[in-house]
Design a protein around this ligand. Structure first.
Ligand SMILES: NC(=O)c1ccc[n+]([C@@H]2O[C@H](COP(=O)([O-])OP(=O)(O)OC[C@H]3O[C@@H](n4cnc5c(N)ncnc54)[C@H](OP(=O)(O)O)[C@@H]3O)[C@@H](O)[C@H]2O)c1
Length: 290
């Protein structure tokens, strides 16, 4: 019997990962959902999943959350600036609890990327490496949901506005990343310690933002064009549209990262974990729009 734990089990990726473990035949009693709000996971508890309180920011909650866990899916936290300390607390508790493998959700090309989100993932990867716990690092590119949420705005303006130039972003639906994470968790040949963590660069086929605009047109039946701006002008346009300065700069920096190719992973590693092609972009946009 192997016990699997998933952190962030109340979130989009973690909840899908728990469902995938159950769909793959893991008994509910062998699945531990580590959550900071147990009341939000009452539905999982009712189905026999072990729901345990574990808060990345409260290290004292983590040993109890990880008792008896063999393999852990550590879903990266959602509080920028806190995450290296938070993830370190989880990794240290996992090592102390005798967890035999950690699968961690990182970002594409975390080791070399100048993406503003990369440093915390790189820092976490270094902690994982030093922990001695066999690990798989899933360097996830961009969720289709990030763009699907903006489709109404694209339609209202008739354009996708950005600063990514000809850069490609490897978009895939969050569910594909969750299913792949479970595949990595279940596989017996993942996770090395001598050579450091196994690294998988995960995403869909790289697409330019012009390609994204074409996919939006295909899905909605309304033509949408891509208009490329210098990053500074794009940030100013976002501010003019109502974003605060910090958020606008962040969004523009993500596009600059795409322009540098830092979110282009290709689809080979994700398709290999899925055992099927990555969900096509148009299908992912359609599904996310419901
Ligand atoms: N690749 C991408 O495009 C992309 C996009 C967005 C996010 N991400 C990253 O991928 C992660 C998973 O994505 P997602 O869509 O599942 O995000 P999400 O829906 O925001 O879920 C984040 C999960 O982390 C939990 N969490 C946050 N802080 C915690 C803490 N201090 N202690 C314990 N649990 C904590 C949240 O718990 P609560 O339910 O209690 O809040 C939630 O379950 C995100 O957290 C973020 O690091 C990637």
């Amino acid at each position: 019997m192997t016990t699997y734990a998933v952190t962030g089990a109340t979130g989009g990726l973690g909840s899908r990962a728990v469902e995938e473990l159950l769909d793959r035949g893991v008994p509910a009693g062998d699945v531990v959902a580590v959550v900071r709000r147990p009341e939000a996971a009452a539905g999982l508890a009712a189905r026999g999943v072990q729901v345990r309180h574990g808060d990345y920011s409260q290290p004292g909650t983590l040993p109890g959350a990880l008792v008896g866990v063999d393999r852990l899916l550590l879903v990266s936290g959602s509080e920028p600036g806190q995450r290296v300390a938070q993830h370190t607390a989880v990794i240290e508790a996992a090592a102390a609890a005798g967890v035999q493998r950690i699968v961690y959700t990182s970002i594409a090309h975390a080791d070399t990327s100048a993406n503003p989100l990369a440093p915390e993932h790189r820092g976490t990867e270094e902690v994982l490496q030093r922990s001695g716990v066999p690990a798989t690092v899933l360097r996830n590119s961009w969720y289709a949901e990030n763009y699907a949420a903006q489709v109404d705005q694209y339609l209202a303006t008739g354009e996708v506005l950005g600063a990514a130039g000809e850069g490609r972003v490897s978009i895939a639906p969050r569910a594909d990343f969750a299913v792949a994470a479970v595949a990595a968790l279940l596989a017996d040949d993942e996770g090395s310690v001598d050579g450091g963590p196994v690294v998988r660069e995960l995403g869909g086929p790289g697409v330019t933002l012009a390609g994204l605009a074409a996919a939006v047109g295909e899905v909605t039946g309304t033509p949408v064009r891509y208009r490329d701006l210098p990053a500074g002008e794009y940030a100013a346009a976002l501010q003019a549209a109502g974003l605060d300065e910090g958020t606008a700069g962040f969004v523009a920096a993500i596009d600059a990262s795409i322009a540098r190719g830092e979110l282009d992973t290709g689809d080979a590693d994700l398709a290999a974990l899925l055992g099927r092609p990555v969900t096509p972009l148009a299908d992912a946009l359609r599904a996310a729009r419901g």
